[in-house]
Design a protein around this ligand. Structure first.
Ligand code: ADP
Ligand code: MG
Ligand code: MG
Length: 485
């Protein structure tokens, strides 16, 4: 009985997702509804036109939500607080971070530079360890692997985990679309609540309150000409409305110019004392075109303000660390007991180190990857999408043999294919798609005292099945939400 209801409901949404058999007019009408709702409710991105900085369009979206298995969704949610704890403990183990990342740093200047800032600021960090203020806004990303019927982690982001606010709006938009469509069989109870905006704003609010200075502000460290600024603006608005805390947006170059640090580590920009530096920039080498930006980073890192993320947190989110944690006995050193370790390990895909290509086990996996590159993804220590290698590119890079320590090799996850109607800048397309689930996690700590550790909402991104990469901001994907089956 419940099985029949289950599949009826799934079929009803499936039917809406594909316009086949209904004609393009019907899918166009739903898409129109979605675009109008998005525009009326601030589900927006910039056009990226430097001459007209306020020129807008609706965010790229899927018109209706994507069927997603409830048990996998719950599993990902249940693991989030343990992931928060894991990453926090990894970030506190400087020896582990340096040991794990040094081989990559030999061939990757960006990782080397982050490690350099880590070492420069080590004395200050150690002196303050007992009362350091830590704020983390993480996002653990997953895809369903169809061949093994398991949910596998793609990566865990510790810096600029974006789209929390726009995804909160997408969840609301999909509820509106399904409710209005009045399609028989559609069950609104299958749309999970999403409070990412509130959760993230409240974590930032908790960190500011713990910082404990009247009139202090949250510094948003942003990229110049950011297209995804409305996701950030929503967060700034929520921080103000829920906590009456002011926010200031500055680029790293502006911070170098307008920021100052006193002898006690108090950070000020212009006249305001900074309680939290929240990074939506700084994850890519492009964010540091000159030494000035690195100077700004080092100043923030030396301050008493909570940095979201600190350099150790950013390093803990490196793909190399993700790969190393999957090795035998490593996660176990950081979490509490076998149950927590099992929760985490259940999400790990196959991950291989390329630190030592002479080693027998590495030589063996290299041979396998060269023989069937489509079963693997080759990943450098980069964030923000568009950096991984696939297929023939993998073979080409692996055959060079040198500098492979800068990469990790990962099992290619094979998600189920759906048919979806997507809209981007008013254009409607119907394509075969893959989806990636993200779960947000928030964490606040003062010294050894954990003040907050929460699962903090979700995000689904959907991309054309023919596209290897999945970033929304990088132009590969659209925002979506789950319809639990
Ligand atoms: P980034 O930090 O740049 O977002 P990701 O590891 O998330 O790096 O990779 C970018 C995209 O590449 C993902 O969103 C996903 O679409 C795709 N991808 C990454 N790893 C895998 C994998 N193991 N299997 C299949 N696709 C993957
Ligand atoms: Mg990432
Ligand atoms: Mg990613």
């Amino acid at each position: 009985m419940s099985q029949a209801k289950h599949s009826d409901s799934e079929a009803a949404v499936d039917e809406m997702r594909r316009s086949e058999g209904q004609g393009l007019a019907s899918s166009q009408a739903l898409a129109d509804d979605a675009i109008i709702w998005a525009s009326l409710h601030g589900l927006l991105v910039g056009l990226g036109d430097e001459q007209r900085p306020y020129a807008l369009t609706h965010a790229p979206i899927s018109v209706v939500p994507v069927p997603f298995p409830r048990d996998s969704f719950q599993k990902a949610r249940a693991a989030m607080q343990v992931f928060n704890k894991l990453i926090d403990r990894v970030s506190r183990d400087g020896d582990y971070l340096q040991r794990t990342l040094q081989p990559a740093a030999e061939f990757d200047d960006f990782t080397a530079k982050l490690l350099e800032v880590y070492r420069h600021t080590e004395g200050i960090r150690n002196a303050r360890a007992a009362d350091e203020l830590v704020l983390a806004i993480n996002r653990s990303d997953y895809m369903l692997d169809e061949p093994s019927s398991t949910l596998l982690q793609v990566e865990l982001n510790t810096i600029a985990s974006s789209f929390g606010c726009l995804s909160t709006l997408v969840s609301r938009m999909h509820r509106h679309i399904l409710e209005r469509s009045a399609q028989p069989g559609v069950d609104l109870g299958r749309l999970p609540e999403n409070h990412a905006t509130e959760e993230i704003a409240d974590a930032i609010g908790a960190a500011v309150s713990e910082y404990g200075a009247e009139e202090s502000v949250v510094l948003f460290v942003v990229q110049p000409n950011e297209r995804n600024s409305y996701d950030q603006q929503w967060l700034q608005q929520a921080i103000w409305e829920r906590h009456k805390i002011r926010t200031v947006r500055l680029t790293l170059a502006q911070i170098a110019e307008r920021g100052a640090l006193d002898a006690n580590g108090q950070l000020r920009v212009d006249d305001a004392e900074v309680a939290v530096a929240y990074f939506r920039a700084g994850y890519s080498p492009d964010d540091y075109p000159t030494d000035l930006e690195w100077k700004a980073r080092e100043m923030l890192e030396s301050s008493r303000a909570a940095q979201c993320p600190s350099v150790p947190y950013q390093l803990a989110g490196a793909k190399k660390v993700q790969q190393d944690l999957a090795g035998p006995g490593v996660v176990e050193r950081f979490v509490d007991g076998p149950e927590e370790a099992a929760l985490i390990r259940a999400c790990f895909a196959g991950l291989w180190s390329l630190d030592d290509v002479e080693e027998a086990a590495t030589a063996e996996v290299l041979a396998r990857a060269e023989a069937s590159p489509d079963d693997y993804v080759l990943k450098p220590q980069r964030e923000g999408g568009g950096n991984n290698l696939y297929g023939a590119q993998i073979v080409q890079r692996l055959q060079q043999r040198t500098g492979l320590a800068a990469y990790i090799l990962m099992q290619r996850i094979r998600p189920p294919i759906n048919r979806s109607t997507l809209v981007r800048e008013g254009q409607v397309i119907e394509v075969d798609t893959l989806s990636e689930l993200g779960i947000y996690g928030t964490f606040v700590r003062r010294g050894d005292r954990v003040i907050l550790n929460r699962e903090a909402g979700h995000l689904v991104r959907t991309k054309a099945a023919t596209s290897d990469e999945g970033g929304v901001a990088a132009g590969f994907a659209v925002l979506d939400s789950p319809y639990l089956t």
